[in-house]
Design a protein around this ligand. Structure first.
Ligand code: XBP
Ligand code: MG
Length: 263
């Protein structure tokens, strides 16, 4: 079976957005006069819970407060999260989160080759749209067959739900697709859905356990940011292009690469 679609996680994979999410959470906490401030090390820990609302709920559970107070705070979560998302989209609009190296290159290459593109993200749809419209033109955004975001599935990553929903929308089985992730939760979700998975860690996820990933790189690489030697050997070149991806995918599916490149 040939490679027919690339499915991208969003936060951390297309752009290193988590510092901006953290800042937006902290600004929202000020607006609500909560007296909370998430530090970078604390946020790294909190990232083990996927989804901003879920992260807030988990954080409140750990607070040394009465059950009545915790219940009051939990009721505030949707409003805090709405404010955080508004602040995040304002921050993103100033261009502070560029696409990661190689992302635009691979998107363009795949689109040119008629490969379907999709996004499978835990984040809210407003946050996805804010970043896409800041960095991609309309044709490139329309190039995504489907963009599935956070609240459309019952169980967020590491559950495979979001990938299963993307696959059913694409009408493709997992062995015709490749997933791109940046976190251990994301890799678990993609692998549980049966996908060949490439992981490119960020400052937030480096050192996580990516043993299940099919390929681990520091980025997708491009002319300005070529992969280092050991990674280039694994990727089959100084950056991960479509030809290399087809070869790796075909190898993992037990087919001859020469059959795959033509398909
Ligand atoms: C990303 C997330 C997101 C963002 C916050 O995980 O967990 O929740 O941190 O976004 P992944 P929201 O990249 O694995 O999908 O606040 O919009 O939920
Ligand atoms: Mg991610």
């Amino acid at each position: 079976m040939s490679l027919e679609a690339l499915i991208f996680d969003f936060d951390g994979t297309l752009a290193d957005t988590e510092e901006t999410h953290r800042q937006a959470f902290n600004y929202a906490f000020v607006r609500f006069d909560l007296g909370w401030e998430w530090s970078r090390p604390q946020y790294r820990e909190l990232l083990h819970t996927s989804g901003g609302k879920e992260r807030l709920i988990r954080f409140i559970e750990t607070l040394p407060a009465s059950s009545t107070e915790k219940a009051r705070l939990q009721r505030l979560v949707p409003a805090i999260h709405r404010t955080k998302t508004e602040l995040y989209t304002e921050l993103i609009a100033d261009g502070r989160c560029p696409l990661r190296p190689g992302v635009r290159r691979l998107l363009d290459e795949a689109r040119g080759a008629g490969i379907k593109l999709a996004i499978a993200s835990t984040t809210s749809s407003a946050s996805v749209q804010a970043l896409l419209s800041r960095h991609l033109d309309r044709a490139a955004i329309r190039g995504f067959t489907t963009i599935v975001s956070g609240d459309l599935v019952a169980q967020k990553k590491p559950a495979p739900d979001i990938y299963r929903l993307v696959l059913s929308t694409l009408g493709l089985p997992p062995d015709r697709c490749v997933a791109f992730e940046d976190s251990a939760n994301g890799v678990r979700a993609a692998k549980s859905a049966g996908l060949f998975t490439v992981v490119t860690a960020t400052q937030w996820t480096i050192g996580d356990d990516f043993a299940d990933a099919d390929l681990e790189l520091s980025s997708l690489g491009d002319q300005e940011h070529p992969l280092l030697d050991a990674e280039a050997a694994a990727a089959g070149g100084p950056w991960l292009g479509l030809a290399q991806l087809r070869r790796l995918h075909a190898g993992a599916m037990g087919r001859a690469p020469s059959d795959e490149v033509q398909s």
